[in-house]
Design a protein around this ligand. Structure first.
Ligand code: ADE
Ligand code: ZN
Length: 337
């Protein structure tokens, strides 16, 4: 193993952009389908994996919503999140902020409480077993209307102790952040942290709306921000983090090859760039693999890789003491073998 791969393996990491339903590996999908008496439209794990060919976000979303149909019981949601958290532990992830899509489940008749209970139990177990801080962020599906998001927020109010924030995901084009202005205002007033996907497939204007209309504290993806130099200066000045997901960008055709990925230019523009996995079961890699792939494609230096991992802790929802403790590890030179 080259030195830089070992550095990446051992770096403490945050994962701030993971859709827990996007960590549903085909093997678990088939096992849950069997357990719940559901027939999938694929004969085998291999046939399902072969279907993971996407040329744009919507191609992926169609398969992603179909995949989550096997999640029915509290135990299913626990098993999903627990499988991910075990994998995160292997990547030396210390802190996770996990997105979930309640409307993808309530629309199928699964109770909001069932989803939250299963995911939350896995988060608590990750703290006990691995010392990983795992928290939950509920996303609104932007292809649905704001009234649906409002009803989902109403359901979340009883779970303020378990859900730390709200986000915005799903089909970006044609669904600007401003469509959700009222529900985000109400979520902020209720004490939720605010996040939104913007500038993945959508234009830089959507990033402006996410920060100025919705008032988000982090932007998910945001890679198209580079098309607007005034926006780049604003994101850099206000230290607004971007949760970048290189393998996702490659698999969804946001970039045609990783060597063209804008992450180096983002770092050079003084943006608070973090590296994350998005939907690792569909895009071919968990967070460690995202670090390794982008480092190798852009020939990032060790200092740049370490800066990206530090950015994760600066961008995370942590109190000042926790953050200081986590960042102190980066200032301690690694022990010589
Ligand atoms: N939901 C799951 N993954 C997503 C992505 N990459 N963009 C938008 N919505 C998503
Ligand atoms: Zn995402």
């Amino acid at each position: 193993m080259s030195d830089i791969k070992a550095v990446i393996r051992h770096l403490p990491k945050c994962e701030l952009h993971i859709h827990i339903e996007g960590s549903l590996e085909p093997e678990l999908m088939f096992a849950l389908a069997r357990r719940n008496g559901i027939t999938l439209p694929y004969d085998s794990v291999d046939a399902l994996r072969r279907a993971y060919q996407f040329s744009q976000l919507q191609d992926f979303l169609d398969i992603y919503y179909q995949g989550m149909s096997v999640l029915i019981t509290e135990q299913d949601f626990f098993d999903l999140a627990w499988a991910y958290l075990q994998r995160a532990q292997a990547d030396n992830v210390k802190h996770v902020e996990m997105f979930f899509d309640p409307q993808g489940h309530t629309s199928r008749g699964v109770a909001f409480e069932t989803v939250v209970a299963g995911l939350y139990r896995a988060c608590r177990q990750a703290k006990e077993s691995f010392g990983i801080d795992a928290t939950m962020i509920m996303c609104f599906l932007r292809h649905l209307d704001e009234a649906d998001a409002e009803r989902t927020l109403d359901q979340a109010l009883a779970h303020r102790d378990k859900i730390v924030g709200v986000g915005l995901d799903s089909s970006e084009r044609g669904h600007p952040p401003s469509k959700f202005k009222n529900v985000f205002r109400r979520a902020g007033e209720a004490g939720f942290h605010l996040f939104a996907h913007a500038g993945e497939e959508g234009p830089a204007d959507y990033v402006w709306e996410a920060i100025d209309v919705l008032g988000v504290e982090r932007v998910d993806h945001g890679v198209r921000s580079l098309e607007d130099p005034v926006l780049v200066r604003r994101l850099a000045r206000d230290r607004i983090p971007l949760t970048v997901c290189p393998l996702s960008n490659l698999k969804l055709g946001v970039v045609s090859k990783l060597a063209d990925h804008p992450l180096q230019r983002m770092l050079d523009s003084d943006l608070v760039v973090t590296v994350n996995s998005d939907d690792p079961a569909y895009f071919g890699g968990y967070v460690g693999e995202n670090y390794t792939a982008i480092q190798s494609a852009l020939n990032l230096s060790e200092a740049e890789v370490r800066a990206v991992a530090r950015n994760g802790f600066n961008a995370a929802l942590m109190d000042d003491d926790e953050r200081a403790k986590a960042l102190a590890v980066f200032d301690t030179p690694p022990k010589k073998a």
